[in-house]
Ligand binder design. Structure first.
Ligand SMILES: Cc1cc2nc3c(=O)[nH]c(=O)nc-3n(C[C@H](O)[C@H](O)[C@H](O)COP(=O)(O)OP(=O)(O)OC[C@H]3O[C@@H](n4cnc5c(N)ncnc54)[C@H](O)[C@@H]3O)c2cc1C
Length: 467
């Protein structure tokens, strides 16, 4: 075997495709019972929903867009209505809501990014110094809380883990439409395209991808006692005892998985600098709850912004705290009866611990307390939710740079640096969204990173004439 790809999410699958096209012998090992990782399209209500990534964000320099748009797979959203709902059920004037959000965005945009300050620090300061924000007093406080949740700024427990302003600048958005949908097919379509299952399943590329293969150790050093220095293979062991060897491996597991497991996963251990980088990057914790109603009671395309006042939070018990952290309800493309509720951070972790029935009851209470005053809410038929934080194969949604990363100069670039043999052959390569230099946090970043590492290996096999 030339290359073993560890983890078959978007990044792993992209790497597999590129290596296969170059004629290398490649094997994919995936711990879960499905491929896709943080892409997870499932049947729900009258079609499908995405429990993980849902939208192709942007068009320019977006590898997912470049691959799938020519196949006419991407759809555009109708313009959506913004509805601002206070937790006592009152609506906030749209213009006023837009002005406050605009002021917060402007403060972040104009803030000096050449430091290790956090976004959270910036908006909290702005709420006290910006005239427009100051003049809106308590209303501004509800918007600041919403802004922090909807921008996943982190640092709730430890401010040094808050998303950094510099990191924001280093993560490049792709120009063009930000919310391209998959016309009801779901984000898993990208995997079907990469593996050539779409448009014709009979053309699927003949590469073995083994499921339920949780990798437990990667022995990559040849100068370790007990290892044969004349045998330059990497040895991969799975929890079921199976063993695989290859000339190189590409590791694509999330930075959360690396944080938890790097100690036991790599033999010999990773260099100090790599460990430092892994520990100083963060994984945003994001949650989704899809709610199917008997009939739609909301406009066809709308985003409800939920703004929590402190006094209304007390209508919810300690066990119901997660409900008071829901920051938005969005309509879902191609699913007329469905709304998507968003949770973040601590709220997500709490929600994940509640039973599915408990989640349904919680959403019902949210609707009773917050929405029934202004809307003719119809009965809930069913709910489905994500559990990325408690999933040991993910541990969160996507990576970001925090205050600690800036202080310790940790970045996606450092994380992506391979481990080399003395002849400069990259023996352990690192893919996955967190290693994408400027597009971490997205599927297109993950795919780009998978291609990048495959290209690195293809070039190295050629350069060193490795057969
Ligand atoms: C709720 C949510 C919403 C999101 N929304 C969007 C969006 O709309 N648009 C967007 O572009 N991005 C979005 N993202 C981010 C996007 O999903 C990720 O950036 C991307 O899917 C990551 O792909 P990856 O291949 O790097 O990692 P993963 O998808 O995590 O793949 C890693 C794989 O490794 C496997 N694995 C883990 N440990 C082991 C082991 N020991 N042995 C073998 N295999 C292992 C995992 O099971 C997984 O399949 C969202 C993410 C979440 C969770």
């Amino acid at each position: 075997m030339d290359v073993v790809v560890i983890g078959c999410g978007a990044s792993g699958v992209a790497a597999i495709r590129r290596l296969h096209d170059a004629g290398l012998k490649v094997l994919g090992l995936e711990a879960a019972d499905r491929i896709g990782g943080r892409i997870c399209t499932v049947p729900f209500a009258s079609g499908t929903v995405d429990i993980g990534a849902a939208w192709c964000h942007g068009e320019k320099d977006n590898v997912v867009f470049e691959i799938t748009n020519p196949l006419d797979l991407l759809g555009r959203q109708d313009p959506f209505e913004n509805i601002y709902v206070l937790s006592n059920g009152d609506l906030v004037d749209r213009e006023k809501g837009a002005t406050i959000i605009g002021a917060l965005n402007d403060e972040v945009a104009k803030a000096d990014k050449n430091n290790s300050n956090s976004i959270s620090e910036c908006v909290r300061k702005a709420a006290k110094s910006n005239e427009l924000l100051k003049n809106n007093g308590q209303l501004t406080a509800t918007f600041v809380e919403w802004f922090e949740r909807s921008n996943h700024v982190g640092g709730q427990r430890d401010p040094r883990r808050g998303k950094s302003l510099k990191g924001l600048e280093e993560c490049w958005p792709c120009a063009g439409e930000v919310f391209l949908n998959w016309k009801g097919r779901g984000y898993k379509t990208i995997l079907d395209v990469l593996l050539s299952i779409y448009p014709d399943p009979s053309k699927e590329i003949p590469v073995p991808i083994l499921l339920n293969k949780e990798v437990e150790s990667i022995r990559w050093g040849t100068n370790q006692p007990g290892l044969d220095s004349n045998n330059p293979l990497v040895h991969v062991k799975c929890t079921d005892g199976s063993l695989y060897s290859a000339k190189s491996v590409i590791v694509t597991v999330s930075v959360g998985v690396l944080q938890e497991r790097h100690n036991t996963l790599f033999n010999p251990s990773l260099p100090e600098e790599k460990i430092n980088t892994i520990n100083n990057l963060q994984l945003a914790v994001l949650g989704k709850i899809y709610i199917e109603f008997e009939r739609p009671w909301f406009p066809k395309t709308a985003n409800f912004t939920v703004l929590w006042r402190e006094e209304d939070k007390s209508k919810f018990s300690a066990d119901e705290k997660w409900i008071t952290e829901i920051y938005g309800l969005w309509t879902v493309d191609h699913q007329p009866n469905v709304l998507l509720a968003w949770t973040y951070g601590n709220g997500t972790e709490l929600m994940e611990k509640v039973s599915l029935e408990g989640v349904k009851d919680g959403i019902q209470k949210l609707l009773n307390v917050v929405f029934k005053k202004q809307f003719d809410v119809t009965p809930i038929k069913s709910v489905i939710r994500s559990q990325w934080a408690s999933n040991p194969l993910a541990r969160g949604a996507y990576s970001y740079r925090c205050v600690a990363s800036e202080e310790n100069r940790s970045s996606a670039i450092l994380l992506s640096e391979p481990l080399y043999r003395t002849n400069k052959f990259p023996v352990v390569c690192f893919g996955g969204e967190a290693t994408s230099h400027h597009r971490h946090n997205s599927v297109h970043g993950a795919v780009e990173a998978g291609f990048r590492e495959a290209d690195r290996l293809i070039e190295s096999f050629k350069r060193l004439d490795i057969k």
